[in-house]
Ligand binder design. Sequence first.
Ligand SMILES: Nc1ncnc2c1ncn2[C@@H]1O[C@H](COP(=O)(O)OP(=O)(O)OP(=O)(O)O)[C@@H](O)[C@H]1O
Length: 253
Amino acid sequence: MVNNVPGAELAIRIRGLSVERGGQNVVAGLDIDVPGGSVVGLLGPSGSGKTTLMRAIVGVQDRVTGTVDVLGLPAGTPSLRRRVGYVTQEASVYRDLTVVQNLSYFAALAGVPAARRRETVGRVVAEVDLGGHEKQVVRTLSGGEVSRVSLAAALVGDPELLVLDEPTVGLDPVLRRDLWSLFRELSRGGRTLLVSSHVMDEATQCDRLLLLRAGGLVADVTPTDLLRQTGAPDAERAFLALIEGSAAEEAAR
Ligand SMILES: Nc1ncnc2c1ncn2[C@@H]1O[C@H](COP(=O)(O)OP(=O)(O)OP(=O)(O)O)[C@@H](O)[C@H]1O
């Protein structure tokens, strides 16, 4: 299921991607195009292969077959390291360091020259709206603030593509809404965001939706088309209809 968007530059182009984990193909035969500058939601039940797909896109997944091109280069190419930001499910910041200490460290890792680190840290703190918390030790921050420090750490290299694995998990509805408006804001600057989630109502915040089930792509649609095609009143029921339809199709084969 490939959408050809005329004239749109692709941030991610995947053809025939399969991934073996634990002796099984947990992702099988995926073809996906992600247009540049869009917010794309990666949705699907637990174990459907979302994290595996993201790992293949950032180039850290073993036992991958097929083609995964990111910003025009094969996934994992060293020059993509600064151009792609990856936020894993577990916050990967140091809890015993302050916000600024963490971000300065990640800026150094991303290769930001020492003379520009202070300015870079200031930029990302403002981008994720953490002003006033700069000197706070991460362990003393709220869950939503820690999520935003992780996001800021991924932004220090000013990446063109952000891959975010379930960034809103465990956050209350207000924080989830705030984080999604931040994602929209980041994409307005021309970045591409691939965001995974279990929470189907977050689908409405995306430009496009990729729905995975059992390692396969069940749908690649806009939120409007999703509701129109299924006739469901909301994203959650639309996804359930698609997931159940695809499971029934598979059983009939
Ligand atoms: N190291 C591993 N060895 C064997 N199987 C694995 C390994 N890692 C993942 N898997 C399996 O691969 C499948 C896809 O896992 P993945 O983490 O990509 O799913 P997910 O959609 O991100 O799930 P969740 O939403 O629960 O995080 C699952 O069935 C999982 O059990």
